[in-house]
Design a protein around this ligand. Structure first.
Ligand SMILES: [Cu+2]
Length: 379
């Protein structure tokens, strides 16, 4: 028995070393910082958990029934020293965890442009990020490269060690854009745009997928992420530019239709402002873009001649217009109704033992005249 336990203890690191958890061993600087955050917070919490578990066993052993040597103190009830340890240790850990969380949620904010490419290598202030527009379709991923003028489906290629700015949206339902080796997951939502800044530091092929269930074809809604050096990326982009297919609006409307297990597709060109049209939900002919609707609604408001910023569904009811209804009436304008639960005097029975009114102690005030009249007419 003891031998088997020893063997298990010896084997554990070997067995655990075999699995390569991509989240804990990523290839992008952002995901690595997130992995460090997980390790630090786990370590900080273990500072409490491990001593508590060890002490539990220790106390149970020391004060066991059979131990005659344990000190017996039935009147003990307070120890300032113990209180100090018990309260200060978790307090310090919470403060440390809070500081760590505060700093990293701000420095790892996905909307914030990266400050560094990898540890110790700061990003030049004027270095332009590569913009990639990501659209989650049913059930495939569309990537638009505005700088290169190309687009792909289910194939994402990134130049190594260059900051990438992802602009993310969805065509129909909510998904999440997730490349575990690169950074955390970001929701893609129809009619709106979310963002992610990230970088890959190692060459290779990684997995990308959605972590938010979106229906029948969800299981095969994967894409490959290839990280290449600059020359490889340029070569790939020029190959894509030589592709047969072009992504104009009618092609996009076809592409948008639900389909499963779609192989990688490359498009040599992209309709101008396609991504903004997808966000504005106006890819089909004759549809008005949401941005335009907002401008129009905004321009109805005389105080907003610039045509900016009023919500879409606010038409016809601008701020500052007269509100109607009870909220704006004076109390005397609203009138009043009978006060049915006002305190009433003692029951008649207490002063008039034989009164007719004692027959029904549940009766309340007579009905208001208007109802009483109708009730009388009915009977
Ligand atoms: Cu949400």
């Amino acid at each position: 028995m003891r031998l088997r336990a020893a063997a298990a203890a010896l084997l554990a690191p070997v067995l655990l070393g075999g699995c390569d958890l991509v989240v804990m061993n990523p290839s992008g600087d952002v995901a690595r910082q997130q992995a460090h955050l997980i390790l630090w917070s786990t370590g900080l919490m273990l500072l409490i958990i491990i001593p508590v578990m060890v002490l539990t066993v220790l106390f149970a052993w020391k004060y066991r029934h059979g131990n005659e040597d344990a000190e017996y103190a039935p009147d003990w009830d307070h120890s300032t020293g113990l209180e100090l340890i018990i309260w200060s240790a978790p307090l310090m850990i919470i403060i440390a965890l809070g500081a760590l969380t505060w700093i990293s949620t701000h420095s790892l904010d996905p909307y914030r442009p990266l400050a560094r490419i990898e540890p110790g290598k700061m990003l030049a202030k004027n270095a332009k990020p590569l913009e990639i527009q990501v659209v989650s379709l049913d059930w495939k991923w569309l990537f638009i490269y505005p700088e290169q003028g190309i687009a792909t489906v289910n194939e994402l290629v990134l130049p190594m060690n260059r900051q990438v700015r992802f602009r993310i949206t969805s065509s129909s339902v909510m998904n999440t854009f997730y490349v575990p080796a690169m950074a955390g997951m970001i929701y893609s939502m129809p009619g709106m745009e979310t963002r992610l800044h990230a970088v890959l530091n190692k060459p290779g092929r990684f997995d990308g997928f959605s972590a938010n269930y979106s229906g029948a074809g969800f299981s095969d809604m994967h894409f490959t992420v290839d990280s290449m050096d600059d020359a490889g990326f340029a070569k790939w982009a020029s190959e894509a530019r030589a592709a047969q297919k072009r992504l104009d609006l009618p092609t996009y409307v076809q592409l948008e239709k639900p389909s499963e297990k779609v192989p990688a597709i490359r498009y040599a060109s992209v309709a101008p402002e396609l991504f903004d049209r997808i966000v504005g939900m106006c890819t089909k002919p004759g549809e008005t873009c949401m941005q335009a609707t907002m401008m129009q609604d905004g321009s109805k408001d005389p105080r907003r001649a610039s045509g900016h910023g009023t919500p879409v569904n606010n038409g016809g009811h601008m701020r500052g217009s007269e509100a109607k209804g009870a909220l704006l009436k004076e109390p005397e304008e609203k009138g009043s109704s009978p006060h049915r639960n006002a305190p009433r005097g003692a029951a008649p029975g207490s002063s008039e033992p034989g009164s007719q009114a004692n027959r029904s102690m549940t009766s309340i005030d007579p009905l208001p005249a208007i109802f009483a009249g109708r009730a009388a007419a009915r009977s």
